[in-house]
Write a protein that binds this ligand. Structure first.
Ligand code: NDP
Length: 404
């Protein structure tokens, strides 16, 4: 049976639903549930128009396990594709355990009141999933997700040891707004205003936000400033890749974006601490989110490309090796295909492929897993077939030698 229940009708949910509908052999039956039924219905009618397929919809509050359990019992899916927010990861995992349904998500659990990104909460479910004979696949987006699979692919095919790993994430898209985020603003701003961190010689080294900067000329995008951030895939990769001496994550930001963030930060608009406002409590970052453009509506106006990849230096048969694997994605092409911009597309396509890997049995074993723990080859093949083709080259690029 390949009935799936997608939870979350945002930008990523839209892409997942379109891509599942495009692959009827893997996804025979599609349900989409979200907090606001109207959003799910809108996506369902877009998909019907483009593919002729029926998507069933439902309303659910994924913070509430009993509501989820009732819906899952009604739908009886093979698995849940969770593309709601990271706050809902644990309630959805609990509901999966109660109903014997497999689980997949694209972002690790975060508590609402604390900007803290780590897998500990979800890894704590390993034994329960194993005992129940169920699988949970964590982080099946682009980063985390495809970057983990790129790393596993390079490890499998080119390296005995991967000494230096740099993940480079560039969004060269332009939406024409003074400030907007390409995915959920609350999650995005929490991520980029947190301290940076990288992994070196078995330890995590903390940095101030945006402390380290490099300039890099991204293929088909051009030169951009990129900044060292902490990003969640490094936590599992630091455990699962062999012999990593240092791993860093870099993301590009334009000067205008950073100026806005600085102002938000200076006046406390990025805070997750509730404040009293006219007799009620509001969370500043949630208020800011309400003011900003909805990322799900950026699609028609975003032009340009994303370029995300991994550069590794290490050894094979005691000889030095250096490789770069990356994907380039065009925002307008994504919009034409799925009515969504590139960041939603590059997340939603891998979420669909992760589910396809589980449904087709390429990746299926009881327990809680990160992407690099499976054979990367079928996933890499599917990326080429499903709209995210990749380039894999030998390189002499050394991020340490790039200008600052
Ligand atoms: P959006 O905010 O556009 O969409 C989230 C959707 O989830 C909304 O439709 C929202 O419904 C729904 N939702 C929120 N809370 C609940 C709830 N309690 N119950 C049911 N539905 C709920 O976010 P995105 O689509 O941009 O992102 C989706 C996920 O993808 C996030 O977890 C994000 O962190 C992750 N992501 C991962 C990336 C990767 O590369 N790995 C990159 C980008 C995003 P409503 O509108 O009604 O509130």
């Amino acid at each position: 049976m390949s009935r799936v229940l997608i939870i979350g009708a945002g930008g990523v949910g839209r892409v997942v639903t379109h891509k599942c509908a495009q692959n009827p052999d893997s996804f025979s039956d599609i349900w989409l549930a979200s907090r606001t039924l109207g959003k799910a219905d809108r996506i369902a009618s877009e998909v019907a128009e483009k593919t002729g397929r029926v998507v069933h919809t439902a309303a659910v509050d994924a913070n509430l396990v009993p509501e989820l359990v009732a819906l899952i019992k009604q739908v009886q899916p093979f698995m849940i594709i969770n593309v709601a927010l990271p706050y809902q990861d644990l309630t959805i995992m609990d509901a999966c355990l109660q109903t014997s349904v497999h689980y997949l998500d694209t972002a690790n659990y975060e508590p609402l009141d604390e900007a803290k990104f780590e897998y500990s909460w979800q890894w704590a479910y390993r034994e329960r999933f194993e005992k129940a004979g169920l699988m949970a696949l964590l982080g099946s987006g682009f980063d985390p997700g495809v970057t983990n699979v790129f790393s596993a692919y390079m490890q499998k095919h080119y390296f005995d040891t991967m000494d230096y790993v740099d993940i480079l994430d560039c969004n060269g898209g332009d939406h024409g707004y003074a400030f907007a985020t390409n995915f959920n603003p609350e999650i995005n701003i929490r991520e980029v205003t947190s301290n940076g961190r990288y992994f070196e010689n078995g330890e995590w080294i903390e940095t101030a936000p945006m402390q380290f900067k490099k300039q890099f000329d991204f293929d088909q995008v051009g030169p951009k400033n990129m900044y060292l951030l902490y990003h969640e895939e490094m936590e599992s990769l630091s455990v699962n890749l062999k012999g990593v001496k240092r791993m860093r994550f870099w993301m590009t930001f334009g000067d205008a974006y950073l100026r806005h963030l600085e102002v938000f930060r200076n006046i406390g608009l990025d805070s997750v601490e509730p404040i009293e406002f006219e007799g009620r409590k509001i969370v500043p970052i949630q208020f800011l989110k309400a003011l900003l453009p909805d990322p799900a509506n950026l699609g028609p106006r975003t032009v340009g490309k994303t370029n995300i990849g991994v550069i590794c230096r290490g050894t094979k048969n005691s000889k030095p090796v250096s490789r770069y694997t990356y994907n380039i994605c065009d925002h307008q092409e994504c919009y034409k295909e799925t009515n969504a911009q590139g960041v939603s597309y590059t997340t939603g396509v891998p979420a669909m492929i992760g589910a396809m890997m589980m449904i087709e049995g390429h990746w299926m074993k009881p327990g809680v897993y990160n992407m690099e723990e499976f054979n990367p080859d079928p996933f890499m093949a599917a990326l080429n077939e499903q709209g995210l083709p990749w380039t894999d080259i030998e390189t002499d690029i050394n991020v340490d030698s790039l200008p600052e």
